[in-house]
Design a protein around this ligand. Structure first.
Ligand code: ADP
Length: 749
């Protein structure tokens, strides 16, 4: 009775092409009693299905587009034969073994006919199984319970546990005794899944078998995923009195499934958004899978690639290695299939690819093909090329500049130095890079150089002149102009140029030397002159003395005049001599100042007396004005020479009128000065010459055409005398009207 009943097949469709599903239906493949699950519309259901089905049908497009989903499905239905439909004329292209396909059919009438025949055979076999002869139940039952891999459980309608096998006890960590009589629903089922179990129990009362996955809680509290095949148990009358469940622990599978789903999701994103090509080749080097946007860009479709030999497609291309070596892709494929990982670059149709050839191994550990990732890095390469061009440009610039370009880091080591250094100092840049910079600096200049560089690191820049040691061991003057180089707001190096200033410096050194020598010579000269004073004066005094005597003794007019000329000329010579000697004494620092107290009025009177005769001869007045009788503490000779000089000039440059000497005491705050003014009504001094006349040898009218005698030394010597005694001298003059020379000395109290 029951035995004769035909039951339907459970068929899982993995079809991308809806029309193909319709075609199967119209070919009379399915029976009305069959339960047909279409993964395309019910994929979630499939992933929740347990591992029992009679037929799995996969078409080619589904395989290509849902590689990973298919993997999941096939791993769940391990024991179920898979029938694969290929769109190709002959099924040769597809490899039955590669993804565990058991039967391959072409999607045409022939294939359909073959498939129908096989389905009929499966139906036949299944019905035969349903009609097995009766076996001695208890013996068989016990043997099965003991040897099965799964857990077994028998519960009544209230879910109270009546029986469990050892396998189940192990699975949940309870003993047989602990489980019997307990309610499985409360003891074992995770709270989240209890509602689901209630529904399953409901179905059970309607005598419906079910497969489901559910979470159980072990005695330890750990949660495990189990797959349950639940079958209602009926009594003689056909009423449901409980249920048996075959339970397997699928926690590990669940975990890897979640992982697979995630990684397949990631892979899909990668393939659609990143310009990457992914190819899988089998151990013969035939492309079995291809994906990625790169092929779209190049205009290759899957049909152009899948099923072809990888080397026929790409074998003649070159692969460039980072080492600069180039080999053909066909050679790389050989290596890949021998289990070697290869990494290299390739050009293809104007694109530039970075390629990873990764070998695949079978479970037995033998090479089973490989995966090739090709990333489109054309853009990156273009940028790199541009960068290299700019770099080259700077490189040429750096090489052509005459100055050394240098970078010194915080450790005082040379980071970079341009090739010009070879020309300038003889070293190769390579031998200096990384070395402490001080090794190349002449020791006496080392400290100032270091200070200069350290200052750059605090943001202060100033040029540093120093001597570098050349490779030959000689010195060369260089000038460093360094500036701070910042990275992320921090000074990381001092960068700039070393310029060759050797010639300039050399010249400078020579000039300094020449100046020092000149100064030395001048000092010697002054020293000589100062020492000569005695030698020169003594004979002069003799000449003057006798000329004066002759002047008085001689009675003859003619000879008396001659003697007078000798005397006057001698006097003038002596005066000049005195001035020159005074000047050289001042210059050699040998001027002796002997201070004594004296009456200002007496000294000036004495001076005026000397000039009285001359003034008279020239018809000029010579007056002295001053009431007080101030005293000064100075060198009397220097004082007198100064006044004499002023008087001599005043008379010399005055033709009409006269000369007045005036003195007085000037009180300023707590200070007291003696002021002496020598005023004439002479030719005056033009404004522009009024400071000049105090310089040595300067006269208002110079050259041979000058009208007045004189050396141009008087005022400069007077000025030095006055200043050496703490006084000042100035002039006020109006051209054509006269001049006033004012000398001021402080009264020392
Ligand atoms: P010297 O009188 O020997 O030429 P000085 O140094 O005494 O040298 O004077 C420098 C110059 O200053 C004179 O040559 C003259 O041109 C000008 N000078 C000095 N004193 C007077 C003055 N009282 N009146 C006009 N010019 C004067």
């Amino acid at each position: 009775m029951e035995n004769e009943k035909e039951s339907g097949l459970k068929i899982i469709l993995c079809l991308e092409d809806e029309s193909f599903a319709a075609k199967l239906k119209s070919a009379g493949i399915f029976d009305t009693s069959d339960s047909v699950i279409n993964t395309q519309s019910q994929s979630l259901k499939v992933s929740g299905e347990a591992g029992m089905a009679d037929v799995i049908i996969v078409d080619e497009t589904f395989e290509q587009n849902n590689h990973y989903l298919l993997g999941v499905i096939l791993s769940k239905f391990k024991s179920c034969p898979v029938s694969y439909f290929t769109g190709r004329r002959s099924p040769e292209g597809a490899d039955p073994g590669k993804a565990g396909y058991d039967f391959i059919y072409t999607a045409d009438d022939d294939g359909m006919k073959q498939f129908r025949e096989r389905i009929a055979a499966i139906r036949q076999r299944k019905n035969n199984n349903n009609n097995l002869p009766p076996l001695p139940p208890q013996i068989v039952f016990n043997a099965i319970l003991k040897n099965m891999a799964e857990g077994f459980m028998y519960v009544d309608n209230d879910d109270a546990i009546l029986y469990v096998n050892d396998q189940f006890c192990n699975m949940v960590g309870y003993t047989y005794e602990e489980l019997i009589g307990q309610k499985g629903y409360t003891l074992l089922i995770a709270e989240e899944d209890r509602d689901m179990l209630l529904q399953k129990n409901e179905a059970r009362t309607k005598n419906v078998s079910d497969h489901y996955e559910i979470r159980m809680i072990k005695k330890s509290g750990a949660v495990i995923w189990v797959a349950v095949i639940g079958t209602p148990v009926t009594n003689q009358e056909g009423a449901v009195i409980g249920s048996v469940g075959i339970i397997s622990d699928i926690t590990a599978t669940k975990r890897s499934e979640a992982f697979l789903r995630r990684s397949s999701g990631l892979l899909n994103t990668l393939l659609t958004h990143v310009t990457v090509a992914l190819l899988e080749v089998d151990k013969e080097g035939r492309v079995v899978y291809s994906a990625g946007r790169v092929f779209e860009n190049i205009g290759l479709t899957d049909a152009d690639i899948v099923g072809k030999k990888f080397d026929d497609l790409f074998g003649s291309l070159d692969i460039y290695f980072l080492t600069g070596k180039t080999i053909k892709v066909s050679e790389v494929t050989q290596r890949l299939l021998a289990g070697e990982f290869v990494y290299g670059f390739s050009d293809f149709k104007g694109y530039y690819f970075e390629n990873y050839f990764t070998p695949l191994y079978s479970n037995a550990g033998t090479p089973a093909g490989g995966v090739i990732f090709a990333f489109d890095v054309t853009e990156r390469k273009t940028i790199q090329k541009k960068m290299r061009e700019t770099e080259d440009k700077y490189q040429t610039l750096v090489e052509n500049i005459n100055d050394i370009i240098i970078s010194i880091n915080r450790d005082y080591n040379i980071d970079f130095i341009s090739p010009v250094v070879t020309r300038m100092l003889g070293y190769e840049p390579g031998e200096m890079t990384g070395m402490p910079v001080q090794e190349y600096i002449f020791a006496p200049d080392s400290l100032p150089f270091r200070d200069g560089v350290m200052a750059v690191f605090t943001g202060i820049t100033r040029p540093i002149e120093f001597r570098a040691i050349t490779k030959m061991g000689t010195m060369k003057w260089l000038r460093a102009s360094l500036r701070p180089h910042y990275e992320n707001g921090r000074i990381i190096s001092a960068q700039g140029v070393f310029s060759d200033v050797h010639e300039k410096k050399d010249m400078e050194q020579k000039l300094i030397l020449a100046k020092e020598r000149a100064e030395e010579v001048s000092r010697l000269k002054s020293y000589f002159l100062a020492n000569m004073s005695h030698e020169l004066r003594t004979p002069m005094i003799g000449i003057l003395g006798y000329a004066e005597i002759l002047q008085e003794e001689l009675t003859d007019d003619e000879t008396q005049k001659m003697a007078a000329t000798i005397f006057a000329s001698g006097n003038r010579l002596l005066e000049t001599l005195n001035l020159i000697l005074d000047l050289s004494k001042i210059e050699s620092g040998k001027l002796e100042i002997i201070k004594t107290d004296f009456d200002v009025r007496d000294e000036i009177r004495g001076c005026i007396a000397t000039f009285a005769k001359t003034a008279d001869k020239r018809g000029l007045t010579l007056e002295l004005q001053g009431d007080a009788n101030p005293k000064l503490h100075l060198d009397k000779r220097l004082f007198r020479d100064t006044i004499n000089n002023l008087l001599s000039n005043a008379i010399k440059f005055t033709h009409i009128g006269g000369v007045t000497v005036e003195y007085y005491i000037e009180k300023r705050e707590s200070k007291e000065n003696v002021v002496i003014m020598v005023t004439d009504t002479g030719i005056g001094i033009p404004e522009r010459s009024q400071t000049l006349i105090f310089e040595e040898f300067r006269q208002v009218s110079q050259g041979y055409g000058r009208e007045y005698e004189g050396t141009g030394l008087g005022l400069s010597v007077s000025k030095k005398f006055v200043e050496s005694m703490g006084g000042t001298i100035k002039v006020k003059s109006i051209q054509g009207k006269g001049s006033t020379f004012t000398v001021t000395f402080p009264v020392k109290k």
